[in-house]
Design a protein. Sequence first.
Length: 229
Amino acid sequence: MRTTPILALDVPAAADAIELVDYLGDRCRFYKVGSELFTAAGPGIVRELRARGCDVFLDLKFHDIPNTVTGGVRAAAAVGARLVTVHATGGRAMLEAAVQAAGADCGVLAVTVLTSLNAGEVAAVWGRGSPLDLSAEVMRLAELSASAGAHGLVCSGLEAPAVHGRFGDKLALLVPGVRAADATAHDQARVITPAGAAAAGARYVVIGRMVTAAADRRAAMERVLEDLA
Ligand code: C5P
């Protein structure tokens, strides 16, 4: 299965986002809009990307009561988002509500355990005893997400092989933390190359500073495409 690169528009304003999208042209046709850009620019940025023929991953990580998440996901799908994120820890009813609200043209991706949390922090937040097996927690939440009908899961390249091995095509995996083999990891603890993510079973890779912080962003995006080819 082909792995689709999604470029993260981690910029403060719509003008910066559109400038980058127009600059990359055909090299990238799928963009991630996260909470920074969405809060600053509003749904108009999603419409602008769609008007340019691009697909949009709206990464707002909804986590609320089912009725509220229904409204948020329905609005995201209506504005043209192709993918949206919700927290798996919102529970089965919330996940099912999100899947139903997304409809046929928008996929719900579940976030299991934020990669910024370590086992001790998860144990403290959820009142569990330590030591806690984080990969078992990810697998448990993956099971819940799959049975609730989620399109896929956000997971690190480290977890992807086990999740892909267990669920196969039942869950589309989206892998962030992607870097060129010779590059700096920035603040990411677990990084993987585009080809490594593809081999690990990723359906989508989220590309951030590997391209956005490159001196030549077109050349950097072309390297991603070559690596995935
Ligand atoms: O620049 P970098 O490649 O680190 O950016 C990664 C993008 O993926 C950012 O938009 C970040 O919010 C997102 N992300 C992540 N780690 C996760 C989930 C999402 O880095 N576990």
